[in-house]
Design a protein around this ligand. Structure first.
Ligand SMILES: C[S@@+](CC[C@H](N)C(=O)[O-])C[C@H]1O[C@@H](n2cnc3c(N)ncnc32)[C@H](O)[C@@H]1O
Length: 481
């Protein structure tokens, strides 16, 4: 499958990297005559959009106090000065001299900025020089070969646990301006960047292997609101030490594995219903929506949204890929938090409940569906059979106490095991009744594994080793506190 849109000339091979670089530079020569924001964003509404998106993009960055930041392709410096107000030092680089000169004027009050006029491809820094590397629209001007090399160098320049923020136009151009030159930019699919981040690794002199770990990826909301453009995507990734088990595989192999997991998702969707890859599907969603009485202006965080059947059903959606246990949202931000199937994989539930409490507005609602140990503590079979994720299982009472311990009130738990058993039996019946049809998509082994999984779960519910619980709770409204 194609992974980007862009002119054939941009698809670099070992032999044409130089000409791709020239094409990109020529393009920017055409767009840097006036050195203003509209021109730099290649959009006549650039100044207006910039005002709207600046706070949003800056809000995605980690705490920069006392940190050293490298800004790639800083342009006229609309981010540079603001970052410099928080960080201890900023190095900003751009290959267009007029942009850097304008940036110097715009940020003349900041004395902690180094300006470099150069192609990012030519940069050299000591290893572990920066805490954060900020790149807002650069990678689409890099051909594949250069991009791979750049990501390796960025990994080396980052300190241990340092962050890389990247924002890119995916699928298509974001601007409405057209100068004479043809646009050589490469509008990749977001998966392509995901794959690059996940498959890049380097070895430092002490033979430690480093890679990127994804903190989150999502689209920029101000572009959706202002331009109806959902294709402005950003990523926050963090430098991490790779263990021997996570040694990188070759890029092609990595992509093949990805394709396979996509196939799995599509196959499970066939059993659980369009948009759903887990038991319960649309019916479970209706349970949630009935409980929560959504209103159009509400902000909902759905943890573990899967392939998003629920969310498309609910509202305007911003999908985010990330690890909820690492994510930081603003305090008092969401009206509702829903914890679905993914909750079972969260090891430190106490810490997550504390975050949920922080992120919810006063009076906001929490709904979680998760499985728990049966009330009889002597029946510990479930603990053994659910060990795969190494998660501690709780009884519904213990689980409720954890929710309460985080500060929630009106904590209720409902045993929904019967309902879950019915879902499981229905899925099992669907498979046996449509065996021939499913065998076109699944192997016999796959189907057997699925049926065995259903049988085992049903058994655990029937013996009450395990129960399926629906928890609901409120963050106290102001009068309560
Ligand atoms: C769309 S502008 C974004 C500027 C800035 N990051 C912002 O968001 O305000 C893209 C910038 O990338 C710079 N650029 C593109 N390729 C570059 C390269 N190889 N080295 C340095 N700068 C580059 C251009 O000169 C331009 O300033």
């Amino acid at each position: 499958m194609e992974s980007f849109r862009g002119p054939i000339s941009s698809r670099c091979t070992e032999n044409n990297t130089g000409s791709v670089r020239d094409a990109m530079k020529n393009y920017w020569l055409g767009y840097s005559q006036n050195a203003n924001v509209a021109e730099m964003l290649c959009d006549s509404d650039g100044a207006e959009i910039s005002k709207k998106e600046l706070p949003e993009v800056l809000g995605f960055l980690p705490d920069m106090r006392g940190k050293k930041v490298l800004e790639l392709a800083g342009g006229v410096g609309r981010f540079t000065g603001i970052i410099a107000q928080q960080a201890c030092h900023v190095t900003t680089v751009d290959f267009m001299e007029p942009f850097i000169e304008e940036s110097k004027k715009n940020n003349k009050n900041q004395t902690n900025i180094d300006y470099i006029i150069d192609d990012v491809n030519n940069l050299e820094f000591e290893n572990e020089s920066f805490d954060l590397i900020f790149s807002n629209w650069l990678l689409c001007y890099f051909c594949e070969d250069d991009l791979h090399k750049l990501l390796c160098r960025l990994l080396m320049w980052l300190k241990d646990c340092g962050f890389l923020f990247v924002r890119e136009s995916c699928y298509e151009s974001s601007g409405n301006m057209q100068v004479d030159t043809t646009n050589p930019s490469i509008y990749r699919f977001p998966e392509c960047y995901n794959n690059y981040f996940q498959s890049t690794s380097v070895k430092s002199d002490d033979h430690t292997r480093w890679g990127f770990s994804l903190r989150f990826t999502r689209n920029i909301q101000s572009y959706i609101k202002f331009k109806g453009n959902r294709n402005q995507i950003c990523w926050l990734v963090q430098k991490k030490r790779l263990s021997d088990e996570t040694l990188d595989c070759d890029y092609e192999e990595f992509l093949r594995n990805k394709q396979n997991s996509k196939k799995d998702i599509l196959r499970y969707e066939k059993i659980f219903g369009e948009g759903f890859t887990d038991i319960g599907g649309l019916q479970m969603l209706q349970e949630f929506t009935n409980k929560l009485h959504f209103r159009p202006e509400q902000k909902v965080l759905h943890v573990g949204c899967g392939i998003g059947g629920d969310d498309i059903y609910m509202a305007k959606v911003c999908f985010e890929i990330g690890d909820i246990t690492d994510r930081q949202y603003p305090r008092d931000f969401f009206d509702v938090i829903i914890g679905g199937g993914a909750m079972r994989h969260v090891r430190n539930k106490k810490a997550l409940m504390a975050h949920f409490f922080d992120w919810l507005k006063a009076g906001g609602s929490l709904v979680i569906s998760d499985f728990c140990l049966g009330e009889d503590p002597t029946k510990l079979q479930a603990r053994g059979s659910l060990k795969a994720d190494d998660c501690k299982l709780y009884t519904s009472k213990e689980y409720s106490e954890i929710i309460e311990g985080a500060g929630f009130v009106e904590v209720k738990s409902e045993d929904r095991s019967k309902q879950m058993t019915a879902f499981l039996k229905r899925a099992r019946m669907k498979i046996t009744e449509n065996l021939q049809e499913y065998l076109e998509d699944f192997s016999n082994d796959d189907l057997n594994t699925l049926v065995t999984r259903c049988n085992n779960e049903v058994k655990r519910y029937e013996t009450k080793d395990q129960i399926w619980c629906l928890f609901s709770a409120q963050k106290p409204a102001p009068a309560y506190r």
